[in-house]
Design a protein around this ligand. Structure first.
Ligand code: ATP
Ligand code: MG
Length: 395
């Protein structure tokens, strides 16, 4: 069977960016090149307002399709057969070659659609459509292939340009915008269900992601850290490489535990998590924080708690799952492939230092007053934790 070694890349929203369009396209090309470079030699190019990926060496077709269909900015990819166009027989041959490579059986309806930008080609689009329809029927009619001009199962696209290009399938991509077109964010990534989804959703808008994970050894295990790394790696398949900042939060948590009312532990701890994430954002040139918070999900996510926590920072905090039900977030995580990992049973630092009856309506003045008890104690611990954080690149 003739192998397919080219893909037409479809993208939607970046086409609406006017003069910046080529910038977006270039960034998408770069993302594609980086993603598939380990699979073989590829030429990724912009051509006639389109993006083509052409293999120049042997490559693993299925892995390549898997990688491409996860890149943000791509709405779909079409496997393409390319042929010469010296005369009609070449065009017909390309169409048949394509059908052979693209399908295992031929029990479906089809229609041929032709676009001819090379006006020197001696047949017009309608003539080409009719001839190819005829040739394909001749070859595959006995196997069930038939024409349906109104509602075909398969649209065979034939384009006559510098060469002839034939394609018939769109393998859907995730959509969104290419990462690198909308700045940088720092995502607070825990091992739960919500924050990986939140990270994915913001990255999908073209935002380059840093992630921060606070762990509390020996109260949290190496396995818990590995779980977060695994989650970040799954998201990086769509979002590109993610720098994960791993912060040892144990001493900070113990200081809060020793000095503050226990029903306020989670709130005060979250305020320190946000502060440090803001510092990391400044170090990395990021403009916002991302969390997986959703209104009312737990006591630290009531309206009042969210407000008191956010008060600790001046950087914008975005919470893409804020209005979603748990089940909706679960469905989303199943779709993007993080769910199975998220439900692995490793403890999170928030669940270890948690009070029996945490406040649900914290008052900012009260929290601030209690935080004052940490003055002179927490600063060196905070500086040390920030200084000693480790960065792991997930990809
Ligand atoms: P998730 O499912 O994302 O773990 P959750 O429902 O467990 O969220 P919380 O533990 O209250 O909720 O955390 C709320 C948000 O705070 C998380 O979505 C995440 O963005 C951030 N967060 C919580 N724990 C950590 C941590 N250990 N490291 C980094 N960020 C964290
Ligand atoms: Mg959590």
């Amino acid at each position: 069977m003739e192998r397919i070694n080219m893909f037409l890349v479809k993208y939607a929203e970046i086409g609406t960016k006017g003069k910046n369009r080529y910038v977006f396209e270039e960034i998408l090309c770069k993302r594609i090149r980086n993603r598939i470079k380990t699979l073989g030699e590829f030429d990724v190019r912009r051509d006639f307002g389109r993006i083509y990926v052409e293999a120049r060496s042997d490559f693993d077709y299925d892995t390549c399709v898997d990688y491409l269909t996860k890149i943000f900015g791509i709405t779909g990819i079409c496997p393409v057969t390319v042929g010469e166009k010296e005369d009609y027989s070449f065009v017909s041959q390309a169409a048949i070659q394509h059908m052979q490579a693209a399908f295992d059986d031929y029990d479906f309806s089809f229609k041929v659609h032709c676009r001819r930008t090379d006006k020197t080609f001696p047949m017009n689009s309608m003539e080409i459509e009719a001839e190819i329809g005829h040739d394909l029927l001749e070859k595959y009619e006995s196997e069930g292939l038939h024409v349906d001009v109104h509602d075909p199962d398969v649209m065979v696209e034939v384009e006559i340009r510098d060469k002839v290009y034939v394609y018939s399938k769109v393998l859907p991509g995730p959509g969104g915008l290419p990462v690198g077109t909308n700045g940088k964010a720092v995502s607070l990534l825990s091992g739960g269900i919500d924050s990986p989804v939140a990270t994915y959703m913001i990255a999908k808008r073209g935002v380059e992601m840093h992630a921060v994970y606070y762990n509390s050894p020996p109260y949290t295990s190496q396995r818990a850290l590995e779980k977060v790394q695994k989650l970040g790696t799954i998201v990086s398949q769509y979002a590109g490489p993610i720098a994960l900042h791993v912060v040892n939060f144990t001493e900070i948590q113990l200081a809060i535990y020793d000095n503050c009312p226990h029903d306020e532990l989670t709130i005060i701890m979250k305020r320190f998590m946000f502060r440090m994430a803001q510092d990391i954002a400044r170090l990395e040139g990021a403009d916002c924080l991302i969390t997986g918070e959703s209104i009312g999900q737990v006591s630290s996510q009531t309206m009042q708690s969210l407000g008191v926590i956010e008060d600790a920072v001046n950087i914008p905090v975005y919470r893409p799952v804020i209005g979603m039900d748990k089940q909706e977030i679960v469905d989303y995580s199943e779709r993007i492939g993080t769910f199975e990992t998220s439900i692995e049973p490793y403890e999170d630092c928030c669940t270890i230092f948690v009070a029996k009856h945490p406040v649900t309506k914290p008052k900012l003045e009260v929290i601030k007053r209690h935080e004052k008890k940490l003055e002179g104690i927490i600063e060196p611990l905070y500086e040390k934790a920030l200084k000693e954080k480790q960065i792991v690149i997930l990809k």
